[in-house]
Design a protein around this ligand. Sequence first.
Ligand code: XMP
Length: 512
Amino acid sequence: MKKNSIVILDFGSQYNQLIARRIREMGVYAEIVPYYEPLEKIKEREPKGIILSGGPASVYLEDAYMIDKALYDLGIPVLAVCYGMQLTNHLLGGKVEAADKQEFGKAILVLDDATNPLFEGIPNNSQVWMSHQDHVVKMAPGFVQIAHTDSCIATCYNKEKNIYCVQFHPEVTHSEYGKEIYRNFVFNVAKCEKNWSMNNYIEETIKNIKEKVGDKKVLLGLSGGVDSSVAATLIHRAIGDQLTCIFVDTGLLRKDEAKTVMQVYGENFHMNIKCVDAEERFLSKLAGVSDPETKRKIIGKEFIEVFNEEASKLTDVTFLAQGTIYPDVIESQSVKGPSMTIKSHHNVGGLPKEMKFTLLEPLRELFKDEVRQVGRELGIPDHMIDRHPFPGPGLGIRILGEVSKEKADILREADAIFIEELRKADLYNKVSQAFVVLLPVKSVGVMGDFRTYEYTAVLRSANTIDFMTATWSKLPYEFLEKVSNRIINEVKGINRLTYDISSKPPATIEWE
Ligand code: XMP
């Protein structure tokens, strides 16, 4: 099914992943490769179309991102976006110049040839999104202009070579008919067929796992999070009991987490899961420690030790399975170098390098929403698939300062109430991440006839697309009131609740 694909050459645009997702949503596989991918390798992928992405550079800079001109003679249709358009015209004999001022924002697309297959279903004078400094002032020989805005050549094409160039960004939602542009390129120009579906993916991947693994054994660290759970379920479908999962209960997990994971994946799905109760080990290592980074390091190190110990009890394991997903893969090969989205301290649970396993990563090609879809099709219940992210160090970084079992138990109760109420009010899926934080601060309160002196907790709820920036969720007052009443009345140890109204930046989503 991947033979029928689109290859996106990455020139550093922040929108690359959006392009790939738009195309996959249409049922066609799209993959992102760095612009310097050798032509031979591109050909091996047998794409039906190639998209050159945008990028922040200028073709005239000394170290501008260049490609081999022979790409345009492969006989594979090309759609060149923004920088891609400038590069194409530059390489093929046109002229690109810096505009007087940067064009950033909405523009109106005037069609000069509305009958072109790229414009099927697109009315004249629609809105498009521009973000560029340079523009094409003279098209390369063989190109004709088929659309313009009041400031630039917006689309041109070379009929003979089947190359289309657009100065705007069709992948951005502000481009009113952007989706149609990609649809027209993918189906009218590149003649792709719709065959990318999660059903097909599951079938094909199960077959591949069976072939690759044979009669060998596979080990997987199951965290209860979406990626490792979906990976485990998929592998289990393929090879059943040849898969062993290790689930480490650090004592820093959400309420009933170990029980839920064992119930869903152990009892219902009949997976072979070794649940390790390591609460005491983690808590004793954390005793007396209040510095956040030290806590993270201790938790990460302990996790690896526990995992190692358990793994060494198993014999004949050949494969180590991981829930690596496509954004992790793209990130590691990004032409911009690793971005801030992957912070080293986020890799708690990352496994020791000296382990001599062959990696098995059945979700490497999928975006997060595709992973969720696979999970649903495999029958994983919604409440496990739509879960908010949960940090590796868990409650260890949500109990500010020193961690103890007493505090972890208090926090678990409060957090469970917040989440339960969010679900009941149909708000859980409208926010990106919500949880409770326990402060090392006690304050005075009154309960019936008694004076209390207990902990203060914080409700935190953030809305975000990429977790790099976030705003605080504007939850209704009535809802907050209800949660506050319940937590203060039902959780012994908390007598005061506050709501975090800080955005990221300058705050972070977590408190430590
Ligand atoms: P911050 O607090 O940096 O969080 O705004 C952004 C996202 O990263 C998660 N996070 C972590 N995940 N280990 C993890 O596995 C960590 O140490 C860690 N710290 C933050 C956080 O929950 C949010 O989703």
